[in-house]
Design a binder for this molecule. Sequence first.
Ligand code: FES
Length: 339
Amino acid sequence: MGFSVTNQRNGGQFTVKSNETILDAALRDSRIYPYGCRNGVCGACKCSLLSGSVHHGEYEDFALSDDEKQNGKILICQAKPLENIIIDADEVMAGQSLQIKMLPCRVGKIERLADDVIRLFLTLPKTQTFDFIAGQYVDIVLKDGQRRSFSIGNLPEEAREKGLELHIRLVPDGHFTPRVFESIKERDLMRFEGPFGTYFFQSEPEKPVIMIAGGTGFSPVKGLFEHAMEVNPNQSVHLFWGARDQQDLYMSKLVEQWLNKHPNLKYTPVLSECKTADWEGATGWVHDAVCEAYDSFEEFDVYASGPPIMVNSVRDSLTAKNMRNDRFFFDSFDFAPQS
Ligand code: FES
């Protein structure tokens, strides 16, 4: 037995099976609503419940405040209907034909990009197809069933040839990343599931765009930027990359190549713990640097990926300068499901 979900925005309807979340049912039905962590933490899947009731599930307060809940907001990655419901939500058109798959893969090239960042390629099985949109993420599924989520840093065509590109930062005492730094080797067998998330490039060609990466949040931004340049090499993009010190800007040579090739790209690296004596660039928090760069963000599409605190700071400070909420796309990747 299940309950129906009707989206008032477009009249779409689908059925949620018992014990299924609204998001899982929507994905099963090839309907894509904005979402990120699938874990009740990032708030990306928030929408309005217009009628009926749900079990809200578990979530963090800052993803859904009590006020928002009182006002009929729900997180569809956690909520399960208790009867037939009507919601009001954006539906993302891109990616509707993408299938979420669990696939085996082999470790390809392993490249140390900084003291604590490795670029790992996962080569895909020749007999299987795996489609995704630049900026999405996959879950690596460990032998004990635990999962770790990583954004894909390259474009689908390149991934088919070289493998999925993941930028992995060492989490000391972590369950997975120390293994990547110490013992993983080429041709090791792994499993992953994906693609997940709706952090796609969704801007019109004439729209000025701001992209903000924090640390290895550069990985999905790389995918978004390369995708954008394929569609329109003249798109105006201002890229900000926030890192601790210069060595954490681990692909700055690639950004230099982009700058030489794309006259409408502007680049502002920002160091928060600068120890580089001859650094002449910006210092401090990346959201402050973005905020100071423009008087108003009304005309921009803004993409931000990185630690939750950075994404939230960007949202708060740019909203105060007229950024449109519906033109803010984000990926708080630290909020990945941990099991
Ligand atoms: S809170 Fe639902 S996707 Fe993150």
